[in-house]
Design a protein around this ligand. Structure first.
Ligand SMILES: [Mn+2]
Length: 344
């Protein structure tokens, strides 16, 4: 259940105090917010003398591995699910509120008898775990965690500040997305004061592309199409394009943000053909239409401005079905008025 900051902090502190072995976990394809939050919390737990392990459903990508070094944990303590869980007496979930978004690891974790705490910034009707600190207004889970550290008097050392800064910088797209608030920037400033380097973090996250990823981006951008008088921009990546550039589906993360930079675009859609069959569909919007609704109509989910779904259909069929839903979502959203919300 979700609860107030004070209520949650009391409960979480007591559960952490009672635990010896703590297991941290996040969603599939963990990125800088999930890994940065895991790193900062792991370090905090080490300060408290806990044994800590981090278990993610899929590997941490190379560009986020600097955050593992900031955690103070040996690399062996960062494991990839889902085969078996290490012994633990407390589970802490970060940047995820749904077992579904944790793949097979979610199914195993759901069966763990250990108490579960959760830190997140996604809006969800139902929340997993025994106690949850969720702020859908927060730009990143790193921001939620920062408030927990402050409220509980935790020592935020330089590596923790650097990890949290990476979380926030990534989930705000470098303070560019609509989830950037006064509070976000104030927390970021405080983290820099505590030793986080803006230049180094920005370089790690935004000046760290590989040539294969640039080739993939080129393939995607050379196929961009527009719909609905330029209000929808979409593109696709076939299995063949991934193969030719030596990349995988996860390397296409971030490509959709380029579509959102086009003037007049309210909705962007990216289609990725997956190696095991099926197509991963990703949506972005500026608040109208609510893309969590579009994804839900297709059996997926997400947030107001960022969502997705995987469909088990051929690419061509998927594109025409999804664009149909997107066009009707766009006209249904007309006149509804734009809401400001989070982006991840
Ligand atoms: Mn996040």
């Amino acid at each position: 259940m979700a609860m107030s900051l004070i209520e949650f902090c009391e409960r979480a502190r007591a559960q952490i105090a009672a635990a010896e072995r703590v297991l941290l976990a996040s969603h599939i394809f963990p990125e800088a917010d999930s890994v940065g939050s895991e790193a900062a919390l792991a370090r905090h737990l080490l300060q408290l003398g806990k044994q800590v392990q981090v278990c993610n459903p899929t590997p941490v990508q190379e560009i986020y591995r600097f955050l593992i070094d900031l955690s103070g944990l040996p690399h062996e303590a960062w494991i990839e699910g889902p085969d078996q869980l290490p012994a633990h007496d407390l589970v802490i979930l970060l940047d995820v509120s749904h077992w579904d978004y944790m793949g097979a690891l979610g199914k195993i974790l759901a069966r763990s008898p250990a108490p579960k705490l959760l830190f997140d910034h996604h809006h969800n009707e139902e929340v997993i775990g025994d106690a949850a600190l969720i702020d859908p207004q927060a730009s990143a889970t790193g921001e939620v965690l920062y408030r927990y550290f402050l409220a509980t008097g935790a020592e935020i050392d330089t590596p923790m500040a650097a990890s949290l800064y990476a979380s926030i910088l990534f989930d705000t797209g470098g303070f560019r997305f609509r989830n950037t608030r006064d509070e976000t920037v104030l927390i970021a400033a405080e983290l820099i004061r505590r030793g986080a380097s803006h230049i180094e973090t920005a370089a790690r996250l935004f000046e760290n592309e590989s040539f294969p990823r640039v080739e993939l981006l080129t393939a995607a951008l050379s196929r961009v199409k527009s719909e609905a008088q330029g209000r929808i921009a979409w593109t696709y990546l076939t299995g063949d394009m991934f193969q030719r550039t030596g990349t995988t589906a996860v390397d296409a993360d971030g490509i959709i943000d380029h579509l959102m930079t086009v003037r007049g675009v309210d909705l962007a859609v990216l289609f990725r053909e997956l190696p095991g069959g099926g197509v991963k569909v990703t949506f972005r919007s500026k608040g109208t239409p609510d893309v969590s609704r579009l994804a839900e109509q297709l059996g997926g989910g997400g947030r107001l401005t960022a969502s997705g779904v995987t469909l088990q259909r051929p690419l061509k069929e998927t594109i025409s079905e999804v664009l149909g839903v997107a066009r009707s979502g766009l006209s249904a959203g007309d006149g509804a008025g734009g809401k400001e919300s989070d982006h991840g």
